[in-house]
Design a protein around this ligand. Structure first.
Ligand code: GLU
Length: 424
């Protein structure tokens, strides 16, 4: 464990951006200095250095983290990412963001995040399994169904969650503990609808925004940056809902067709060829060009920092749905707001993932599982309620939708802190 010191760097990282908006929300909510101080720091941080046997029979050291922000609303909740750039500071910021996300979605959870600095693309399945199991064993003292519930994040998925459940169960005399992690394979107690939940939640908030903007989805066009899990599911939800999908992209570049693309055919093409680029009947465009296209709905669903002060004034969409975490820089957010672009901020737009994680945790506790229709219906209720709260805050206080989302989320956490009082 360390004494955390939040560092601020010259360039704003995702974590810095989260802190920036918390700092802006705090005076609007008239938070006391001590409340700001308390909520700016995580409650608990675990750093683990551990060995993994590699395929060449050499033991290699890896570093991993698990950060819990403040378990004030309930157990901590948040994903585990495997990435070469994972740092303690990044995990701290992401844990903070999870607190705002779970609060905004009205879940009985607080924020956490975990990560291991590694490059999964250069590791065999066997190495990844040994790394996951050892990391799970290392953080096992601070995770549990009522303590801290991990989930997938960047480069982790149901497979890794299955390994974690198995490892921890082995440490507890084979006691099966499905409520320990979410995002598991269905056969181990995963929830129906969890795989498409992030995009489906984003789609529900898109429908609410279109109502607010008085736009008919059938008269809209959409461009989606990123064709991974979130981007692809969003593409077919929008298409099936009546929007014309004019452009999509992946890490190799983008494709454009003013008459519309069929997302299902693009999906099959990418599966065969490895990229959307080259899809018959489309023109090749760059990822940057996609952001500046003439379209109504723009969905960044890939990387951080895509819309910056350099291109924000060239964005022509009326609505931006941030399925990615942190796609818009602080400066760009201001430019877009001044230009009247309506933004569904990341931790609202992509809050559907953790919401269905919550549903999974509830189902695991009852050992009684819901139909896909029930999951979608309840997700719709949660997303729509969160959206309306943010919209009301935005209109009432005349602040950006992002600041409105922070204010809504922080307010609930502060209420809970005050209701519990201080054991100081
Ligand atoms: N990693 C996802 C997120 O950042 C999901 C977290 C969860 O389901 O606990 O929202």
């Amino acid at each position: 464990m360390t004494e955390p010191e939040l560092k601020r760097t010259g360039e704003l990282t995702l974590a810095d951006t989260a802190r920036h908006f918390f700092d802006e929300a705090a005076p609007k909510l008239k938070l006391s200095e001590s409340m700001i101080e308390l909520l700016s720091y995580p409650k608990r941080e675990l750093i683990v250095n551990f060995p993994v046997m590699m395929d060449n029979n050499q033991v290699k050291r890896f570093v991993g983290y698990r950060v819990q922000h403040h378990p004030v609303l309930g157990p901590c909740k948040g994903g585990i990412r495997f990435h070469p750039q994972v740092t303690l500071e990044e995990v701290e910021g992401l844990a903070l963001l999870m607190t705002w996300k779970t609060s905004l979605m009205n879940l009985p959870f607080s924020g956490a995040k975990g990560g291991v600095r590694c490059n999964p693309k250069e590791m065999s399945v066997g190495e990844l399994e040994r790394l996951t199991r050892r990391y799970a064993a290392e953080i096992s003292p601070i995770i549990g169904p009522d303590l801290d519930i991990p989930a997938p994040d960047v480069y982790t998925g149901p497979r890794e969650m299955g390994w974690i459940v198995d490892t921890i169960s082995m440490h507890h005399d084979s006691q099966f503990m499905p409520g320990l992690v979410t995002g598991k394979p269905i056969v181990l107690g995963g929830s129906l609808g969890r795989d498409a939940a992030t995009a489906r939640g984003g789609y529900f908030t898109t429908l609410e925004s279109l109502k607010h903007l008085e736009l008919d989805i059938n008269q809209t066009s959409a461009a989606i940056q990123g064709y991974g899990n979130a981007g692809w599911h969003m593409a077919h939800f929008l298409h099936d809902g009546g929007s014309k999908l004019v452009a999509v992209s992946d890490s190799k570049g983008g494709i454009y067709n003013a008459n519309g693309l069929d997302p299902y055919k693009v999906f099959d093409y990418k599966k065969e060829s490895g990229s959307v680029v080259g899809f018959p009947g489309s023109d090749k465009i760059s990822n940057n060009e996609l952001l500046e296209l003439d379209c109504d709905i723009l969905v960044p669903s890939a990387l951080e920092d895509q819309i910056t002060k350099d291109n924000a004034d060239k964005v022509r969409a009326k609505l931006i749905v941030e399925l990615a975490n942190g796609p818009t820089s602080v400066e760009a957010d201001e430019i877009l707001n001044d230009r009247g672009v309506f933004i569904i901020p990341d931790f609202l737009a992509n809050g559907g993932g953790v919401t269905v994680s919550y549903f999974e945790w509830v189902q695991d506790r009852y050992r009684y599982f819901w139909s896909a229709e029930t999951v979608d219906e309840r997700l719709n209720q949660f997303m729509t309620t969160a959206f309306q709260k943010v919209l009301n805050m935005h209109l009432k206080h005349k602040v950006s939708t992002r600041l409105a989302a922070y204010m809504t989320a922080v307010e609930r956490v502060v209420e809970a802190v005050n209701a519990r009082g201080f054991y100081a």
